[in-house]
Design a protein around this ligand. Structure first.
Ligand code: MG
Length: 162
């Protein structure tokens, strides 16, 4: 087994749609980024790549590469899932914490879990999404940014005998 950890933070700006965990969230601002800025999926990618010992999201999908401009982050997760399979591993579970002052994310929690589980080909019970506020402290507390951390556990696939 191997464990990996991921972290990401993006700035909240006007004129962008907010995506978290691959789900469109009702809000007056969205996350700035080369892709859709989905901090949750970026943290998940980095956690899995970390467990694989396979670098990070910036190496696999560089900002400088026009191919990833405006790419939905779900496509990046699918690519990471493909890499896991190719390397002979499987993701056992993922645990995510989102830190956002607003909007309230509880109504979206199940949709995020289901979406991430679908992207990784896992049961929904194996994906946990928790949301916290930052109690008004720092840039996140002032509503200027949203961050996410993720932990992923991977297990080497057993190759059938014979
Ligand atoms: Mg990012």
């Amino acid at each position: 087994m191997r464990i990996g950890h991921g972290y990401d933070l993006h700035k909240l700006v006007s004129g962008r749609r907010l995506y978290l965990g691959g789900v469109a969230i009702e809000y007056d601002r969205g996350l700035l980024g080369h892709s859709d800025g989905d901090v949750v999926l970026h943290a998940v990618c980095d956690a899995i790549l970390g467990a694989l010992g396979s670098g990070d999201i910036g190496q696999h999908f560089p900002d400088s590469d026009e191919r990833f401009l405006g790419t939905p982050s779900s496509a990046l997760v699918r690519e990471v899932a493909r890499l896991v399979d190719q390397e002979g591993w499987e993701v056992i579970n993922v645990d995510i914490t989102i830190v956002a002052e607003a909007p309230r994310l509880a109504p979206y929690r199940h949709a995020m879990r289901a979406r991430i589980a679908d992207l990784l080909g896992m049961p929904v019970e194996a994906v946990s999404v928790k949301a916290k506020s930052n109690e008004g402290m720092d840039a996140i507390g002032r509503g200027e940014a949203i961050s996410a951390t993720a932990v992923a556990l991977l297990q080497e696939r057993k190759t059938p005998v014979g």
